[in-house]
Ligand binder design. Structure first.
Ligand code: SF4
Ligand code: SF4
Ligand code: SF4
Length: 236
C-alpha cells in the first residue's frame, strides 16, 4: 500500500467515524429535546368536579341530588366532601378530591343514595365507573426519570463522552411503579413498560378516576404527583 493510499484510507475512516459521531449526537440531541415526553398537561385550576361513583350526567345529578349527605356518611375512607355555598349551583352536593383522599371504589355510597343519582354499583362493576380520567407527566415520574438518565448515559458512553452525573442531589428517581400496584384497573388503565424501571404507561380511556394512583404518587415523589386525576366535568 502506498503512502497516498494509507492517507486516503485514514481520511475515509475519520469521515465515517465523524459521521457516526454526528448521527449519535443528533440522536442524543433529539432525545434531550424530546424529553420530557409529556408535560404541562394539568388543567386543574380550582376544585376538580369529580362526583362519586355511579353519578348520572351532571344536569340530572344537580336536579336529583337532595343534599342529604348520606353518601358522605357511608364513605368510610372519607373521600366524599360537599361544596359550600360559594360553589353556586353546586352547593351542598358531593365531590371527591383525590389530593385529600382517593376513592377506594367500595361502592357503599352508591348503595346508600336514596334518589339513585348515584347508580347502585358493586366492586365487580368498577369498570362502569366514569368519575374522571388520568394523565402522567413522565418528566416528574421517578421511573421515567431513571430510565431517561440511563438512556442518556448509555448514549454518551457510545459517543465516547463522560456519562452525565445525576444533577441535583435532591432530585429523586429510580424504579417505582407504585401507581400500577394500587390501581384497581391495573393492566388496563396502567401498564408497566417492560424492563427494570417499572415505568408506567397510562391508558386514559380505561381509567375510572379513583385517584389511588395520585395519592400514592404524592408519597413516592414527596411532592407534586407525576400522575394526576383529570376531571371530565370541569373545575369549580
Ligand atoms: S365508593 Fe366508597 S370510597 Fe368511593 S366515594 Fe363511595 S363510599 Fe367513598
Ligand atoms: S407512582 Fe408516580 S413516580 Fe411512581 S411510577 Fe407511578 S407515576 Fe411514576
Ligand atoms: S389510573 Fe389512577 S385514577 Fe385511574 S383507575 Fe387507576 S388508580 Fe384510579
Amino acid at each position: 500500500m502506498t503512502r497516498r493510499d494509507m492517507i486516503k484510507r485514514t481520511a475515509g475512516s475519520a469521515m465515517i467515524a465523524g459521521a457516526a459521531m454526528a448521527t449519535g449526537q443528533a440522536l442524543l440531541d433529539a432525545q434531550r429535546t424530546g424529553y420530557p415526553v409529556r408535560q404541562g398537561a394539568y388543567p386543574s385550576e380550582g376544585t376538580r368536579l369529580i362526583r362519586p361513583p355511579g353519578a348520572v350526567p351532571e344536569d340530572e345529578f344537580l336536579a336529583g341530588c337532595i343534599r342529604c349527605y348520606r353518601c358522605q356518611d357511608a364513605c368510610e375512607p372519607g373521600a366524599i366532601h360537599f361544596f359550600t355555598e360559594s360553589a353556586g349551583k353546586h352547593y351542598h352536593t358531593p365531590f371527591i378530591d383525590p389530593s385529600v383522599s382517593p376513592c377506594t371504589l367500595c361502592m357503599k355510597c352508591t348503595q346508600t343514595c336514596p334518589t339513585h343519582v348515584l347508580e347502585p354499583l358493586q366492586w365487580e362493576d368498577r369498570a362502569k365507573v366514569d368519575m374522571a380520567t388520568v394523565t402522567l407527566r413522565e418528566d416528574m415520574c421517578l421511573s421515567h426519570k431513571a430510565k431517561a438518565l440511563r438512556n442518556e448515559q448509555a448514549m454518551l458512553m457510545r459517543l465516547g463522552e463522560e456519562p452525565t452525573e445525576a444533577t441535583g442531589t435532591d432530585e429523586r428517581r429510580g424504579p417505582c411503579g407504585e401507581c400500577f400496584t394500587v390501581c384497581p384497573m391495573r393492566r388496563r388503565a396502567i401498564k408497566l413498560e417492560p424492563g427494570a424501571y417499572l415505568a408506567p404507561l397510562v391508558f386514559e380511556d380505561q381509567c375510572v378516576g379513583c385517584g389511588l394512583c395520585e395519592d400514592i404518587c404524592r408519597v413516592m415523589v414527596r411532592g407534586e404527583p407525576a400522575i394526576r386525576v383529570v376531571p371530565k366535568r370541569g373545575t369549580i
